[in-house]
Design a protein. Structure first.
Length: 217
């Protein structure tokens, strides 16, 4: 709490000034330094950085059924689809979380580079779907727990489900379910053979992702 001291000499136009002796801790005696080790200084800096990141990180909500891009992305005012969000040019900060609600979120291109991860995941109890996902000029994106399939889109087409372009780096796809279609009874051997692609991305990983009847290429 700031303490205000009355000053009676008229030097201050308002008649008040802050009293630094009461606002600050007592300084050490002349010539002496506080006994703080380098490790303690580093820990203090680390805690300060963590608090700053936590303070600016935010949760955003995306709802294909009830959302609108004129909203602010809050819990009660969600955006519409993830595709619309990424196409709108919105930017995000490290630690931000985009929570997806039930419904189809379209064909998404993730782009933008961050110092730490921005996470996209379902809101608890929801099962959002995507047609496909492309990582382009993307760094530190984490995609979790979504279903990716062209069968969930209004019109089916033969596509790559997840594309990592060479400009993508340090992205994570985890705990996602990827498939082309649920009924593969009419597929032949030739139709299930993936088309070779020369795609590469730096230090990207997929973990815990399960695939159904996936057709890529």
């Amino acid at each position: 709490m700031s303490h205000i001291a009355l000053r009676g000499d008229g030097a201050s136009p308002t008649g008040f000034e802050r009293n630094p002796a009461r606002l600050c801790h007592r300084r050490p005696a002349h010539g002496l330094k506080p006994n703080v080790s380098p490790v303690q200084r580093l820990c203090g800096i680390g805690i300060l950085v963590w608090v700053c990141v936590a303070a600016v990180a935010a949760d955003y909500y995306v709802d294909p059924v009830l959302g609108s891009m004129t909203n602010v992305g809050a819990f009660a005012q969600p955006w519409s689809t993830l595709e619309a969000v990424m196409s709108s040019g919105k930017t995000f900060q490290p630690g931000d979380v985009l929570q997806l609600r039930n419904g189809h979120h379209g064909e998404v291109t993730l782009h933008g580079e961050h110092a730490d991860y921005v996470t996209i995941r379902p809101q608890l109890g929801h099962r959002p779907t995507l047609k496909r996902v492309t990582f382009r000029s993307a760094r530190h994106w984490r995609l979790q727990g979504v279903t990716i399939s062209p069968e969930t889109a209004p019109a089916f087409e033969r596509i790559e489900l997840v594309t990592l372009q060479s400009s993508a780096a340090q992205n994570i796809v985890e705990d996602c379910f990827l498939y082309s279609m649920t009924d593969i009874s009419r597929w032949t051997l030739s139709s299930t053979t993936p088309t070779p692609r020369s795609r590469s991305a730096a230090r990207c990983k997929a973990s815990g992702a399960s695939t159904g009847s996936m057709r890529i290429g």
